[in-house]
Ligand binder design. Structure first.
Ligand code: INI
Length: 160
């Protein structure tokens, strides 16, 4: 008897018909702006029209989840991209801001079913952050954009 092969369901990188919003923190703007540019470039390179992308600014990473939740609840977007930079430096704030941001974003994605890509850097130093914002470790904003496209297309396939 011929063996049945399992069906594989995967997302892809066809972004043309997707609607996406990026939520970018102004805190540590010198890191977040290159992350945002990386994300927007990646979306454009994968065929998504500028008119289908919104950019929303918030004060800091701590504020990203509530705005992402509002956008997810609007049902206007296929995926959301969170962009920020939490740098440990000397601030005791770090663990609270980074932890609440990550936990909040995970919760929004699970509660709404809208994929949220985590492009929020959490690093010990400014150099580590810059390395990941277009420096020698790539651009995590661009990586988050690809994740958003893949997850949006994957969820569409699962739903259809
Ligand atoms: N916000 C950041 O996005 N990154 C940081 O590194 C950071 N630190 O270190 O404090 C930060 N703090 C601000 C925070 O996100 C809120 O905007 C603020 O606490 C007001 O709610």
């Amino acid at each position: 008897m011929p063996q049945a092969t399992p069906r594989t369901i995967e997302g892809d990188l066809s972004a043309r018909e997707l609607r996406i919003a990026c939520v970018a923190a102004r805190f540590n703007e010198f890191v977040v702006e290159p992350l945002l540019r990386g994300a927007l470039d990646a979306l454009a390179r994968h065929g998504i029209d500028e008119g289908r992308v919104d950019v929303v600014r918030v004060p800091g990473a701590f504020e990203i989840p509530i705005v992402v939740r509002k956008l997810a609840a609007s049902t206007r977007y296929d995926a959301l991209i969170a962009l920020g930079a939490v740098i440990r430096g000397d601030t005791p704030h770090f663990d609270y801001v980074a932890g609440e941001c990550a936990a909040g974003l995970a919760r929004v994605a699970l509660e709404t079913g809208v994929p949220v890509a985590f492009g929020v850097l959490t690093t010990d130093t400014v150099d580590q952050a810059l390395d990941r914002a277009g420096g020698k470790a790539g651009n995590k904003g661009a990586d988050a954009a690809l994740t958003a496209i893949e997850m949006a297309t994957l969820l569409r396939k699962i739903e259809s």
